[in-house]
Design a protein around this ligand. Structure first.
Ligand SMILES: Cc1ncc(C[n+]2csc(CCOP(=O)(O)OP(=O)(O)O)c2C)c(N)n1
Length: 533
């Protein structure tokens, strides 16, 4: 047995038979005699390769292998690796390396300091000391990436390692290992939190992305319903996933992403229970009290760093779903005697305009969205409007780049669709955002990945104009995007595309797109500016 055979057996054992990559000369030896039960998904640029793998890992819930081309490939991928750590996406990122005999002399394409390059954005980074150690190192990377908090791990692989022989018995022990890491909470902490909830007058629940990622969706609903807790989604920038049905009568909206406004929104609450979110993914600095007067906060997170760095409140570090279940048990069967909050009003389409507003575009999408659709979103100025109009209400149905690096949306949608071939995927993009992963259209076409891309064309970086107002910046250049013709570009990569105008044409085109069994794109001109509803 050689390193290649052992490594592919390891990938098989972990169900990692889809590899996302962009190859170079240093990766070819790994790909030699590529096994038939594996699938290689080619991306034409590394940011897209990692973004696709990120979507695939999140939507499949399992570690996913991305193979990059030595230093320049890893360099191109860095923004997407940053996104993957923010998304807590379990990625095994590997990159080829010069042959061992030429690393010390720094021959061409040597990935100098390979383990340091990715350092701030990965949980673990390694180059095995001997060729024979490659399978063990890959296993190490898979286990690190898959344990909480999940995130990317990196292994640098010298290109002459693959044909080296390994001790079959020894490597077999490494391959068959499993690591179970869903840790339940300390019972005393659960008991104390249950008492605080039961004794609170006006408690509220804030749900974040790890509710969905941990499989705790139904438990969060049960907790909110039994305790009659009004529910807020954690602020949108860090909310890569939705953790609670947004059409539920207890759902109160998405928290604003800034210190003062969060406290103002939660005014009058005496207990804020945060599940599966950092406290909090703030973005603009709008100072104010961290908590409303008289309020206490408790966070449940599987991420010790999230717990440690929070500026206020207590935290329980444990698996989110298991802790919610333990909490439900501790609180017992009866429903709490609290008044139910007023549900959100139904979304409305707003005024007729030409071009239509982003609100109208999202409203139109909501009308034709298939029941079991998955939404991948990267249309910055329309984020809140999408949330409000779509009111996504099923688990595993929303993916958003928590890191904020553009290029996630288009590429992740392809990975999500590959992981969930039986569910329709719609990817809502700003035309600016689409350009950061534009070559992803080729992969969607080449592998016939049936994503519906909806491009909201407002001919500007609308969100940056809004930020300019907030930051009191006048006269900044580079905020307009006239004449970026995304539908024509998509056609160039092989994705059938239409440019439509108005709600009726949009509706017809979206329906056609959802019925098609390949990728397609609908580009619709929309009004400039932020869309909040
Ligand atoms: C990799 C990367 N580069 C730059 C930015 C800064 N940025 C944030 S939003 C934005 C504009 C996005 O434009 P578009 O997708 O058209 O959406 P709109 O703001 O118009 O809704 C930019 C450039 C970023 N977030 N990520």
């Amino acid at each position: 047995m050689n390193v290649r055979e052992a490594s592919f057996d390891l990938f098989r054992k972990h169900g990692m038979t889809t590899i996302f990559g962009n190859p170079g000369s240093t990766e070819l030896p790994m790909l030699a005699e590529f096994p038939e039960d594996f699938r290689y998904v080619l991306g034409l640029q590394e940011a897209v390769v990692v973004g696709m793998a990120d979507g695939f890992a999140q939507a499949s819930g399992r570690a996913t292998h991305v193979n990059l081309h030595t230093a320049p490939g890893v360099g191109n991928a860095m923004g997407a690796i940053f996104n993957a750590q923010a998304n807590k996406s379990p990625l095994l990122v590997t990159a080829g390396q010069q042959v061992r005999a030429q690393v010390t002399m720094n021959a061409n394409l040597t990935n100098r300091d390979a383990t340091r390059v990715v350092h701030p954005f990965v949980k673990w980074s390694y180059e095995p000391a001997r060729a024979e150690d490659v399978p063990l190192a890959l296993g190490h990377g898979i286990h690190v990436a898959s344990t909480a908090p999940r995130g990317p791990a990196f292994v640098s692989l010298p290109m002459d390692d693959w044909n080296v022989g390994v001790d079959e018995a020894e490597v077999g022990l490494a391959i068959e290992r499993s690591v179970s890491s869903r840790a339940g909470a300390d019972p005393a902490s659960v008991e104390a939190l249950a008492k605080r909830i039961a004794g609170a007058k006006n408690p509220v629940l804030v749900v974040g992305p790890d509710v969905d990622a941990s499989g705790g969706w139904d438990d969060a609903v049960a907790l909110a319903e039994r305790q009659k807790l009004p529910v807020w989604a954690s602020p949108a920038p860090g909310g890569g996933r939705i953790g609670f049905p947004e059409n539920h009568p207890l759902f109160q909206g998405v928290l604003p992403p800034a210190i003062g406004p969060v406290a103002a929104t939660l005014e009058g609450r005496d207990l804020i229970v945060v599940v599966g979110s950092s406290v909090f993914p703030y973005y603009p600095y709008i100072p104010g009290p961290l908590l409303p007067e008289g309020a206490r906060l408790v966070a449940i997170t599987s991420d010790p760093d999230e717990a440690a760095r929070a500026p206020m409140g207590d935290a329980i570090v444990a698996d989110v779903a298991l802790t919610l279940r333990a909490l439900l048990e501790e609180l017992g069967g009866g429903d709490a005697n609290r008044a139910e909050p007023t549900p959100l009003p139904d979304p409305t389409a707003g005024e007729e305009m030409d071009p239509i507003s982003p609100t109208m575009a999202n409203h139109t999408l909501a009308g034709v969205l298939p029941e079991d659709a998955i939404v991948v979103l990267e249309a910055p100025s329309a984020t809140l409007s999408v949330r409000n109009q779509l009111r996504i209400s099923k688990p595993g149905s929303y993916f958003f780049g928590a890191g904020g690096g553009l290029g996630f949306g288009l590429s992740a949608a392809i990975g999500v669709q590959l992981a969930q071939p039986d569910r329709p995927v719609v990817c809502i993009l700003g035309e600016g955002s689409a350009q950061y992963a534009i070559t992803g259209f080729w992969t969607a076409a080449a592998y016939n990945v049936p994503v519906t891309f909806l491009v909201l064309r407002n001919e500007e970086y609308a969100i940056l104009k809004w930020f300019a107002g907030l930051e009191e910046v006048q006269g900044a250049p580079g905020l307009d995007l006239p004449a970026v013709n995304t539908s024509e570009v998509a056609k160039g990569y092989g994705v059938p595309a239409e440019r439509v105008s108005g709600a009726d044409e949009l509706e017809a085109s979206l329906k056609k797109s959802f019925d098609s069994d390949g990728p397609s794109l609908v580009e619709v001109p929309v009004q400039p500016g932020m869309a909040l509803f």
